[in-house]
Design a protein around this ligand. Structure first.
Ligand SMILES: [Mg+2]
Length: 373
């Protein structure tokens, strides 16, 4: 009998230590305690709590399916409790992503970021989960394209007959709140036409075309569109499935050999170079960055994360590796180049994105002083 297992990765910035830098230990403890209790109660089977910069990330593996109200409530209550602790400690941005006060069954669209994937377990199911800080879901467009559509990145597209037929991409138009599915390789150029506009079109799901096997699922939200103003970037999460007719873990990580530019960074208002890092460097410092990305590898086994002899979930900290030194070095070089430009575009985002920031107040102050030219 096949097992249907759900991986839920739900994240929230509930407050951080010294500005927008890192999730402090008391908030971690609350998350650990609540998820431990939920696993003892049988609601979830496995969990792993980590942070990407100032975002508290709850990875939960269970058999309740996607968008399950009990799972979402567990995450919401945990973030609420952690936010209250952050408030008590006067941590920075306490509860900043909790945009609504009441929970009504689904955590999506009320602040926290959600990536979920229900799978029918294969003989072996390697999973890579990604989290990024100081950027948005559009930051995954470029690597997802390379992983699932670019034969120069993914050898399997060329030499693995199980990948023949390519992959289908669901793309969200975050301005009009609509989605479209495009198939590669046939519609590769159309796909790039959309997802090259990373601030608006974002890949939310990927399936293997020949059998609709789910292979990637991401959090796509625009908090500014929910709140109507700048409330922090929608620091994204993504779940990717690997191997056996899907891209290998190494092909999933290959796009991160080099840094590339993403929107976000300081005040969510700048282009910045992505920096792949291990958990120990998962913090944002320089100009609140550079935008960091973490990748964790796990095996899903009989409805839970495969465990070690002591019963702890086994997690591979994939970017904690000298193989990504080049990307980190490039990130710093590109960071230096961009910061030399200060507040001049294209170092700073264009006017459409700046609309949601405090720059509106500056423009308003000057409005009356503008005279016909
Ligand atoms: Mg963040």
């Amino acid at each position: 009998m096949s097992i249907r297992t759900t991986i839920s990765l739900i994240k929230c910035d509930v407050g951080s230590l010294a500005g927008h830098h890192i999730v402090p230990q008391p908030l971690f403890k609350i998350a650990e305690r609540n998820l431990q209790k939920a696993s003892e109660d049988g609601l979830i089977n496995s969990y792993y709590v980590f942070n990407v910069g100032d975002d508290l990330e709850l990875l939960m593996v269970h058999t309740k399916g996607e968008t399950n109200p009990e799972i979402h409530k567990l995450a919401w209550d945990t973030f609420k409790e952690a936010a209250n602790k952050a408030l008590e400690l006067k941590l920075y941005g306490a509860g900043q992503d909790l945009l609504k006060t009441a929970f009504s069954g689904n955590i999506r669209g009320i602040g926290p970021g959600v990536a979920e994937m229900e799978i029918e377990e294969r003989g072996s199911d390697p999973i890579v989960v990604f989290g990024a800080d100081k950027t948005s879901a559009g930051a995954f467009n470029f690597p997802l394209f390379r992983i699932f559509a670019d034969p120069m990145n993914t050898a399997g597209l060329v030499i693995d007959p199980n990948m023949a037929g390519g992959f289908k991409f669901e793309v969200m138009d975050t301005v009009k709140n609509k989605k479209v599915v495009l198939k590669c390789p046939e519609e590769m150029y159309e796909l790039i036409a959309l997802i090259g506009t990373v601030q608006r079109y974002m890949i939310s799901r990927v399936w293997r075309a020949r059998d609709n096997l789910i292979c990637a699922s991401g959090s796509v939200t625009r908090l500014s569109q929910i709140a109507g103003k700048y409330v922090g970037k929608d620091d994204p999460v993504m779940i990717v499935r690997a191997q056996h007719g899907l891209p290998a873990v190494g092909e999933i990580l290959a796009p991160f050999m080099h840094s590339y530019l993403v929107e976000g960074w300081m005040r969510g208002s700048h282009w910045g170079p992505i920096m792949p890092v291990g958990l120990k460097d998962s913090k944002c410092t320089l100009f609140d960055g550079p935008p960091r990305m973490v990748a964790l590898g796990l095996q899903v086994t009989n409805g839970e994360i495969a465990k070690d002899d002591e019963g702890k979930p086994m997690m591979a900290d994939l970017f904690d590796d000298p193989a990504f030194e080049l990307a980190r070095r490039e990130a710093l070089e590109n960071a230096a180049m961009l910061r030399r430009m200060g507040e001049f575009e294209p170092a700073r985002l264009g006017p459409d994105e700046m609309e949601y920031t405090t720059i509106g107040q500056i423009l308003e102050k000057l409005r009356e002083r503008f005279k016909p030219a």
